[in-house]
Design a protein around this ligand. Structure first.
Ligand code: PDD
Length: 277
């Protein structure tokens, strides 16, 4: 597998990153994960805009990553993925510097690492749905920034896995924020509901795609706070994300969502989403 680091294309096993990289020392980094379907990048501009937003918020030395798209295409080509389904991972850190909390000198180059792999998602889960558990949201108050500091996310996700569930849904102050690596939607009385954007959740690219589809279908959409209890009470629940697309949730905290099968509206949105890919 050929990957990209700071201007070079190299076999991934030949890539080394300094232990003084601030990504390693401090999780002082941002990342994006995006899909290519049949070799075509899916909403790459939106992903790169979100990365640029994070870079501005964190005062990185570079805020424009639009030219990086050509590197994605080149990596797909070099790995014979130009006609395939792939996952692209990009990480940007504040670069290599002796460990100190203060920012390094302004001319310190950012570390930019990009990797691709063949990826076809989880077809069984898309069709049959998943189990989830809810967990307290113990993360910081800047969850709208896609930083590599994901310790609370991985602990929550691991807890879900160990309890036989496929995703953990965070609850903060009694309300749903998002999943460990996904956004959350519920359907109640034919209304499609998702938490409004705030500093406590990521503005998911898939979430946005679903909102656009729903508005095209004239579905009644509400971006309002969802009490945790609605997760177990909803007519339908689904999660959205680059890796999970639109995955039905059929079981929450040990109980079926309605009849324990993917809901009608969820399936309709999945079909429309597949047309966009
Ligand atoms: N995660 N919320 C969180 C906390 C996420 O980590 C993700 C995606 C999402 C969905 O965002 P999008 O639709 O833009 O992928 C929401 C990626 C896939 C990951 O961490 O691998």
């Amino acid at each position: 597998m050929i990957a990209y680091l700071n201007g070079d294309f190299l076999p991934v096993e030949k890539i080394t990153i300094s232990p003084d990289d601030r990504g390693f020392q401090f999780a002082d980094g941002l990342y994006e994960a995006m899909r290519a379907y049949g070799g075509v990048l899916f909403r790459a501009d939106e992903h790169l805009d979100r990365l640029a937003y994070g870079a501005r918020q964190l005062q990185f030395a570079r805020h424009d990553f639009t030219t990086v798209k050509s590197i994605f295409v080149e990596l797909l080509r070099r790995n014979s993925l130009e006609n395939k389904d792939a996952l692209i991972y990009m990480q940007v850190t504040r670069g290599v510097a002796e460990r100190t909390h203060a920012f390094p000198p302004a001319d310190t180059p950012l570390t930019i690492y990009i990797r691709v792999k063949f990826f076809s998602g989880w077809p069984d889960e898309l069709q049959n749905g998943i189990k989830v558990i809810s967990v307290p949201d113990k993360r910081w108050s800047q969850c709208h920034l896609k930083t590599t500091g994901l310790l609370a996310n991985i602990l929550a996700h691991q807890q879900a896995r160990e309890s036989g569930a496929a995703e953990a849904i965070f609850i903060r102050d009694g309300f749903i924020t998002e999943g460990s690596h996904s956004n959350v939607f519920v359907v109640k009385d034919k209304k499609l509901i998702t938490p409004p954007l705030s500093d406590y959740l990521l503005a998911g690219i898939t979430r946005q795609a679903v909102l656009e589809i729903a508005s095209g279908l004239k579905i009644d959409v509400r971006e309002v706070a969802i009490p945790a209890s609605d997760l177990e009470d909803a007519d339908e629940v689904f999660i959205t994300g680059t890796t999970v697309e639109i995955t039905p949730v059929v079981h929450v905290n040990g109980k079926n969502v309605r009849h324990g099968r993917p809901g009608e509206l969820t399936i309709q949105l999945q079909k429309e989403f597949n047309l966009l890919k």
